[in-house]
Ligand binder design. Structure first.
Ligand SMILES: Nc1ncnc2c1ncn2[C@@H]1O[C@H](COP(=O)(O)OP(=O)(O)OP(=O)(O)O)[C@@H](O)[C@H]1O
Length: 328
């Protein structure tokens, strides 16, 4: 096993919900017991439906949400023990690519200023050095010649160009890891592959770790080495990409794969086998396996009562489903 860079153990991020500002209704369990590790130079994908807690997990890993329980360590250092200065240094080591490039970029700053700001905040005092780094990173994200883009404001750029600026900003402090939260979901289909290829190439060339968050299982095959499938705040299945896509074990992953649009004209004639219902409320998730109310194979008295542990139905392939106990 290669050296882990980021390790999460028993991670919980809950949000308190209050009515009329003071009466506590409960907690939204956005991240509810997540364990994983990410190796140096590895690209992983977190996949799941909208609302399953992917962004909350990303923001917890970035140190933007405090975990309610559990811990995250980065390069062997427990994030709970970081001083303010260490947290500041940590933020330089982890670049963040948000979902909506236009919302992520300050509209009143030009590209030069957007890329200069983090360098100043992180103590790069020499203006010539800042200029050199900005030009280098613009080349890397294929916004060249740099002089054409440096004076532009976000509204003068296309969606794809804006996302390239967001990626440049995530790279400017030479991070060890990138967290990309749905980096292409707001972009035109025509530029999605370009941006995903760009991110993947940068990750490989720089030897970065990448946590790629997406709701779309069909995009992960070429952009990650391992997949974590999330459902209702928990990871339900983990395996290397090809293994997971070719041999999905968890009924939820099987349903996600069955729901992927397929241009085969024969599909017009038959109904897809997708799960009924919606993802559960995280304010009051179902007991037992969270997927059991939608699972066609749920076993009464077990799946609705006890949370399944991780089973290993195939080597290196983990799936949290009671069906595997039956198979064993
Ligand atoms: N700051 C917050 N306060 C209260 N609830 C929150 C907060 N942030 C997220 N949530 C809730 O946590 C749950 C998970 O949200 P999250 O954005 O992490 O999911 P997601 O999988 O990233 O979904 P999407 O892809 O739609 O962004 C949702 O029910 C959301 O309403």
């Amino acid at each position: 096993m290669s050296t882990p860079l980021l390790v999460a153990r028993g991670l919980h991020t809950w949000f308190e919900v209050r009515r009329w500002g003071f009466f506590r209704v409960g907690f939204v369990r956005a991240v509810d017991g997540v364990d994983f590790s990410l190796a140096k130079g590895e690209a992983v994908a977190f996949v799941g439906e909208s609302g399953c807690g992917k962004s909350s997990l990303a923001r917890t890993l970035l140190g933007l949400h405090l975990p309610t329980d559990g811990d995250v360590s980065f390069d062997g250092q427990d994030m709970r023990n970081l001083s303010k200065a260490e947290l500041h240094a940590y933020r330089a080591k982890v670049g963040y690519v948000q979902q909506d490039p236009y919302g992520a970029l300050p509209p009143f700053m030009d590209v030069r200023r957007i890329l200069t700001e983090p360098l100043i905040v992180h103590g790069v005092k020499d203006a010539a050095e800042r200029d050199r780094r900005i030009r280098e990173v613009l080349e890397e994200v294929r916004l060249s010649p740099a002089d054409d883009f440096l004076p532009k404001f976000p509204h003068q750029l296309s969606g794809g160009q804006q996302q390239r600026v967001v990626i440049a900003r995530a790279l400017i402090l030479e991070p060890e890891m990138i967290i990309a939260d749905e980096p292409v979901s707001m972009l035109d289909a025509s530029v999605r592959v370009e941006i995903l290829n760009l991110l993947r190439n940068i990750q490989i060339n720089r030897g970065l770790s990448l946590a790629f968050i997406t709701h779309d299982l069909s995009t992960v095959r070429h952009y990650a080495e391992r997949i974590f499938v999330m459902y209702a705040g928990r990871i339900v299945e983990t395996a290397p990409v090809e293994e997971l896509l070719d041999h999905p074990q968890h009924p939820y992953t099987q349903a996600l794969l069955a729901a992927i649009a397929d241009p085969d004209p024969d599909n017009a004639d038959h109904q897809r086998d997708v799960p009924v219902g919606e993802a559960p409320s995280l304010l009051n998730p179902p007991a037992g396996c969270r997927f059991h109310p939608r699972c066609p194979q749920a076993m009464g008295g077990l799946c609705d009562v006890e949370l399944p542990p991780d089973f290993e139905p195939r080597p290196g392939h983990l799936s949290a489903c009671w069906l595997h106990r039956e198979q064993e």
